[in-house]
Design a protein around this ligand. Structure first.
Ligand code: CDP
Length: 208
């Protein structure tokens, strides 16, 4: 079984993907981390984020098991990730890794922006998780504050909107709800309610 979960930044898709993977005893890949890992390596070497040749080299040597979520979740790495994510040949390299992960038994939950459209178009169930920009900015601000980082709601909101625009307007694999994906708007939901709603959708899809 492969479950594809897409949606914009801070929509709750990461937490939902992790919990769904635990519930169905599947492996989980946060594909955003692969773009973040490439961006972080370029930043660490002081290289331009548009350097596709080196970005591809970094991707070829990427070990999915060694990606450090704590380091990669930094806000500025997310911004840099969405800049490298426009590079088509880099995406091909990362998508290859992501497809390999998805195909390994017993199946997997992948979350990202193009899972239902590009990485796993034949997934058993596809979810597209959204929430209003304001709700997402509130969540991301609270998450950053809880980690001891400085965060101001209005600048987090501006950053999210800019990143949404870049992710949905790029020519290669833009963020888009797949035609056969189930839309889940979590604006008014806490994570527990969203999780229950996601499980209901998965169970209904599995029975049909
Ligand atoms: O956690 P958050 O939603 O803030 O971001 P993320 O899922 O870690 O993704 C960071 C960036 O990587 C996104 O803004 C996208 O530009 C890019 N990305 C992508 O292009 N395709 C994916 N499948 C996953 C992430």
């Amino acid at each position: 079984m492969i479950i594809a979960i897409d949606g914009p930044a801070a929509s709750g898709k990461g937490t939902l993907a992790r919990r769904i993977a635990e519930t169905y005893e599947l492996r989980h890949l946060d594909t955003g981390l692969t773009y973040r890992a490439v961006a972080a390596a370029l930043l660490a070497q002081g290289l331009p984020l548009g350097d596709e040749k080196i970005a591809i080299e970094i991707a070829r040597n990427l070990d999915l098991a060694k990606m450090d979520k704590a380091v990669l979740s930094a806000h500025e790495v997310g911004e840099a990730a969405s800049r490298v994510a426009v590079l088509g040949a880099l995406r091909e390299e990362l998508v290859r890794l992501q497809k390999d992960f998805a195909q390994t038994p017993p199946g997997a939950v992948l979350d990202g922006r193009d899972i239902g459209t590009v990485v796993c178009p034949d997934a058993s169930v596809k979810l597209f998780i959204t929430a209003s920009p304001e709700a997402r900015a509130r969540r991301r601000t609270a998450e950053m504050v809880s980690k001891g980082q400085e965060a101001e709601f209005s600048s987090v909101l501006d950053d999210l909107k800019r990143r949404d625009a870049r992710d949905s307007e790029r020519t290669v694999a833009p963020m888009k709800q797949a035609a056969d994906a189930h839309l889940l708007d979590t604006t008014e939901m806490d994570i527990e309610t969203a999780f229950q709603a996601a499980v209901d959708i998965i169970e209904t899809a599995r029975k049909s």
